[in-house]
Design a protein around this ligand. Structure first.
Ligand code: GLP
Length: 262
């Protein structure tokens, strides 16, 4: 895992956007896997601004949602479909046929999940998967205990996650207990992974994911197995990393070294 520590959230989002822009520039196309939550909001703002400035064209970009609440319609204000439309898709020129989502109300759950995996494969796989991290170390909705080789499937949410989401819903009975999520095995097949984390409340999960043992108990720790996983953090999210000075030194010197080559 490459750990990139930025001074603040804004700079972390800037860095993630820069990596995505650089990858897009190589082929003028890209397959993205996209997460929801508060964390990637700043990144999506940066991507919108790149588009508005004419620096990034999304007409050949294909996007896959990472997960969705089970039981919610696409039009529900808290659905991840609505989130992606509101915070990214309707501000850029992505083609509707290039937007892929997991349905919160699939006619047949297992077939829907298998079809999603087939769709990802049919476009050649995901180039960059954007991830946030739950306080319990989850990625997507792969909660602690998820199989490290899991595929897209129905997943029950932990009490902690349900409680974290509850304030967003009007009534308690409305809060989803289940989700559809790309599996950990699905996520690991992406060519690059960008995990973003911000704030002190994520510091413990980040430290366990990056420096703790590889365990299904901390699903994000599986990123230790990925050859191109970048963890982009602000100072608060990085605060409990034992080797943070080393990560900082490595990153700064890599930048200097690469700058000399270009
Ligand atoms: C949810 C999402 C995850 C997200 C996590 C953290 O559980 N399924 O994809 O990473 O929340 O959310 P936030 O960025 O709001 O802290």
């Amino acid at each position: 895992m490459e750990i990139i520590i930025k001074t603040d959230y804004e700079a972390a989002c800037e860095e993630a956007a820069r990596i995505i822009l650089r990858a897009w520039k190589k082929r003028k196309s890209l397959v993205l896997g996209l997460a929801t939550g508060r964390t990637p909001l700043g990144l999506y703002e940066k991507l919108i601004s790149l588009h508005k400035k004419g620096e990034m064209d999304f007409s050949n970009v294909i996007a896959f949602s990472l997960d969705e609440y089970f039981g919610l319609d696409e039009t529900h204000p808290q659905s991840f479909a609505r989130y992606m439309d509101d915070h990214l898709y309707r501000h850029i020129n992505i083609r509707p046929e290039n937007i892929h989502r997991l349905s919160g109300r699939p006619a047949e759950i297992e077939e829907h999940c298998r079809a999603y995996e087939r769709k990802i494969r049919s476009v050649g796989g995901i180039d960059i998967q954007v991830l946030g991290i739950g306080k319990n170390g989850h990625i997507g909705f792969n909660e602690p205990g998820s199989s490290l080789t899991s595929r897209t499937r129905l997943k029950s949410l932990t009490r902690e996650t349900v409680e974290a989401n509850a304030p967003l819903f009007k009534e308690e009975g409305e809060v989803p207990r289940f989700s559809l999520t790309m599996g950990i095995g699905t996520i690991l097949e992406s060519r690059m992974i960008l995990l973003l984390a911000s704030g002190e409340d994520k510091a413990d999960a980040v430290a366990r994911a990056a420096e703790g043992p590889l365990t299904a108990f901390v699903p994000a720790s599986v990123l230790q197995l990925h050859p191109q996983a970048k963890c982009i953090l602000d100072e608060e999210a990085a605060s409990r990393l034992a080797l943070k000075d080393y990560y900082r030194w490595t990153y700064e010197n890599k930048e200097k070294f690469l700058a000399r080559l270009t």
